[in-house]
Design a protein around this ligand. Structure first.
Ligand code: EPU
Length: 333
């Protein structure tokens, strides 16, 4: 379906009121291929998911593409593992809920993350000690020339909130399906403090219980985009060298951190921002969320530029106090 002069208000969770010249949705690989062959997708174009990790700063003078490819299919299984393929347009949390209902282990810590299946594989979403890259087996794609290619997870260059699909030269490659490799055998990841505290003391731990625990933590800490526009973590947690980490932890003994396997350390940007006094502060209609400083929110009618101005002020404050550069996780358009 092709629509023109289309409002993107309901296609970005920040709730920024901008328009796209054209908005194209498709429900199958064949339909997308037809649009490509008919020359319906011309530059400039941008493929989005639910718009839960996007910040529009102006109207988009081009074509916004959105997948509505659905379908969940078991492609293979053995006694321990199940390979499940899902369409890129499926709501992420509906997919997680489905897997939890089926008794498949792996995705439960990623419950309640806004977004869609396709974007999960682009962004390498992560929460509570789990990154989706560890559960992805393959990613099916089609490019703007109609060429179909399946990437093995190892070919996707996954790192923290990053993948090959985020590279500029991969802009013409669209994810159509993602195949996940889940466990049929009981297996939980409960090393993340907040999640362990939530389930500790419960008489039993099951998939639905872990999912419920994750949902309650997220509801407590993160604003509901339907109530307060936001795109989850606005910044990535910075990673500092071993030497820099030693200096920082001597100067700021209370600083939280996650040591990385290579000896570097990830520092929670939310903590850095809070230490700079920015938690809960506003600039115009843009604000730093009062319960989690990593999240920037739209208090109502904010423009993308207002959010960027706030982000710049916060980044400068963190740099001035800690000599650390923090970078947006959100894609700015
Ligand atoms: N903290 C503060 N002040 C704040 C926020 C956090 O001091 O305002 C401290 C907390 O006390 C804690 C530490 O920072 O010691 C970490 O906080 P939290 O557990 O909330 O996690 P995070 O590092 O802030 C990351 C992800 C989230 C994910 C959580 C849980 C990034 C950029 N963010 O946040 O992901 O849900 O861990 O795993 O990696 C997202 O990407 O949109 C997202 C929400």
């Amino acid at each position: 379906m092709i629509q023109t002069n289309f409002s993107l208000l309901h296609h970005n969770t920040f709730g920024i009121d901008v328009k796209a010249s054209r908005f194209v949705e498709y429900s199958s690989v064949e339909e997308l291929n037809g649009l490509i062959l008919n020359g319906q997708i011309t530059e400039p174009y941008l493929h989005i998911g639910e718009g839960s990790n996007l910040l529009f700063t102006e109207d988009y003078a081009g074509t916004i593409l959105h997948s509505r490819i659905g379908g969940i299919e078991v492609v293979r299984e053995d006694t321990e593992t199940i390979w499940v393929k899902a369409g890129a347009g499926i709501d992420w949390d509906k997919f997680v809920a489905y897997c939890v209902d089926q008794g498949w282990y792996g995705l439960e810590n990623l419950s309640f993350i806004p977004g869609e299946v396709g974007a999960s594989a682009v962004q390498n979403i992560g929460a509570y000690g789990v990154e989706v890259k560890d559960l992805i087996d393959t990613v099916d794609t089609i490019n703007i020339y109609g060429e179909i290619k399946t990437y093995q997870a190892a070919e996707c260059a996954y790192t923290y909130r990053d993948s090959i699909f985020k590279r500029a030269e991969m802009k013409n490659v669209f994810v159509t399906h993602v195949c996940f490799k889940l466990s049929k055998i009981r297996k939980f990841t409960l090393d993340y403090n907040a999640l362990r505290d939530e389930v500790e003391g419960l008489p039993e731990i099951t998939l639905p219980i872990v999912r419920t625990a994750v949902i309650s933590i997220r509801k407590r800490k993160l604003p509901d985009p339907k109530v307060l526009g936001n795109a989850g973590s606005f910044f990535m947690n910075p990673i500092v060298s071993q030497v820099r980490f030693k200096e920082l932890s001597e100067t700021f003994p209370g600083m939280p951190y996650y040591l990385q396997p290579d000896g570097t350390a990830k520092i929670p940007a939310g903590w850095l921002i809070e230490q700079c006094g920015w938690k809960g502060k506003s600039m115009g209609q843009a604000a730093v969320y009062e319960s989690q400083a990593l999240v920037l929110v739209n208090k109502g009618g904010a423009t993308g530029s207002e959010i960027i101005a706030l982000s710049d002020a916060v980044r400068k404050a963190v740099y001035d106090k800690f000599n650390i550069n923090i970078h947006p996780e959100v894609n700015i358009v």
